[in-house]
Design a protein around this ligand. Structure first.
Ligand code: ADP
Length: 193
């Protein structure tokens, strides 16, 4: 199964993607995690991305599209994957469509975790306090405000994009973690044993 998890920063995409990975064996592909690893390793991409990410801005499309194209071509992605943090705008979604079509493949579903902005700041503060090794460079009020603005401006339109393609499924991301997992499994038809 090829899935996208869509939702604002702090919506719980990473948590739910990890749970799906454990339950179903689809691998979680998080562009945020990959970029943070590149920053940590000091690669060329990492050097390019570091300041952009710390501000809460978007890394250039060609960089993330390149990272994803390379990753989904790996053998372990054949069983299925969950894209978390990608695509983040319509240009990236179109690039993904072309990439999949080129591989004779298609998306099974796009699950959107719907969460009000009001509760996101609290969640990010909790994550900043709990992250092992200290908070992420972009888990602060200023960068979050920027990430939310970018989300509404560039990423939220993907909801319409995927509704038009008949693959969009919304879940209430404000429920507790287990409840959200159950909703996701239900919309994907995974809990029909
Ligand atoms: P969150 O979901 O909490 O916003 P992510 O880990 O997904 O955090 O992303 C952190 C940062 O990494 C983004 O603010 C952006 O700078 C960069 N990034 C991640 N994915 C993409 C992408 N698909 N396109 C552009 N930038 C990205």
């Amino acid at each position: 199964m090829k899935l996208i998890l869509l939702g604002p920063p702090g919506a719980g995409k990473g948590t739910q993607a990890q749970r799906l990975q454990e339950a179903c064996g689809f691998i979680q592909l998080s562009t945020g995690d990959m970029l943070r690893a590149a920053v940590k390793a000091g690669t060329e991409i990492g050097r390019q991305a570091e300041l952009i990410m710390a501000r809460g801005d978007m890394v250039p499309d060609d960089v993330v599209v390149g990272i994803i194209a390379e990753r989904i071509a790996q053998p372990d992605a054949a069983k299925g994957y969950i894209l978390d943090g990608f695509p983040r705008n319509v240009a990236q979604a179109e690039a993904l469509d072309r990439m999949l079509a080129g591989r004779g493949d298609k998306l099974d579903a796009v699950v959107e975790l719907e969460v009000d902005d009001k509760i996101l700041l609290g969640r990010i503060e909790t994550r900043a306090a709990e992250t092992v090794g200290g908070p992420r460079a972009d888990d602060n009020a200023e960068a979050l405000a920027k990430r939310l603005a970018v989300y509404h401006d560039q990423t939220a339109p993907l909801s319409v994009y995927y509704k038009a393609r008949g693959v969009h499924k919304g879940v209430d991301g404000m429920k507790d973690i287990d409840d959200v997992t159950r909703q996701i499994e239900a919309v994907l038809g995974l809990n029909k044993k």
